[in-house]
Design a protein around this ligand. Structure first.
Ligand SMILES: O=C(CO)COP(=O)(O)O
Length: 259
């Protein structure tokens, strides 16, 4: 059985280290030593080092929100996989739509980052998802399929099994408009079938596929109860400890029901 995995993508929030520490401490206290559900937080990179200390003796993973594929060099403003590992990261988000659409990241570039992240021992969370226009034109599967092919190029089955995918329909991010559990499940099942064709059914069945886009405590349980939805990548609701912990609680409830 795939363990459910709830990750918080804090994006460019909160704005001070003191607030980041408070949020991380509250999440740490709420999660406790429970390992039934995987949990990670991905704060802005300037807070990573401090939060590694805050989150010590806790099962909560720590993730970067981006990285450069090269290990070092003349890349102003960038940071590498090795640097993320050095400050205590276990995870890294790659190819978020805010970077694909806002900053022109391509599948090929995401793929280079993915290979570098795996080499450095990070667990990558690779984001994919269609825009509203693409959905309305019936292109969801074509777009998501292309993103998968491009982003996952060159991976072998064992590497794939260690990658987390996050299906984040762009139209559901920060809009309050969540994909219905049925809509999300349909795309998640498509993603898994694509992985099955490309790798094998055994590998596809091991890949954790998170859903992201306006996940809240109120809608988390219905989403997480679907067979191919293995967790959530949470934006806005990860900035309030009570909301984020409410989503973790929903994941625990779904996990307990499945036992
Ligand atoms: O982009 C997201 C997570 O990566 C989702 O953001 P929201 O939860 O704010 O919609």
């Amino acid at each position: 059985m795939r363990p459910l995995f709830i990750a918080g993508n804090w994006k460019m929030n909160p704005t001070t280290e003191a607030d980041a520490v408070s949020l991380a401490e509250a999440v740490k206290e709420g999660v406790g030593q429970d390992h039934a559900v995987r949990v990670a937080v991905c704060p802005p990179s300037v807070f990573l080092h401090r939060l590694d200390t805050v989150l010590s003796n806790s099962p909560i993973g720590l993730g970067g929100q981006n990285m450069h594929p090269e290990p070092s060099g003349a890349y102003t403003g960038e940071l590498s996989a090795g640097m993320l590992v050095d400050v205590g990261c276990t995870h890294v988000i790659l190819g978020h739509s805010e970077r694909r659409h806002g900053l022109g990241e391509t599948d090929a570039f995401v793929n280079k980052k993915l290979l570098a992240a795996l080499k450095a021992g990070l667990i990558p969370i690779v984001c994919i998802g269609e825009t509203l226009e693409e959905r309305e034109q019936g292109q969801t599967e074509a777009v998501v399929g292309d993103q998968l092919d491009g982003s996952l190029a060159g991976l072998d089955g064992d590497q794939m099994a260690g990658v987390v995918l996050a299906y984040e329909p762009v139209w559901a991010i920060g809009t309050g408009r969540t994909a219905t559990p049925e809509q999300a499940q349909q795309v998640h099942a498509f993603i898994r079938s694509r992985l099955s064709e490309r790798f094998s059914e055994a590998i596809a069945s091991r890949v954790v596929i998170q859903y992201g886009g306006s996940v809240k405590p109120e809608n988390a349980r219905d989403l997480l109860a679907r067979p191919d939805i293995d967790g959530a990548l949470v934006g806005g609701a990860s900035l309030k400890a009570a909301d984020f912990l409410g989503i973790v609680e929903a994941a625990r409830a779904v996990t307990a029901e499945r036992r």
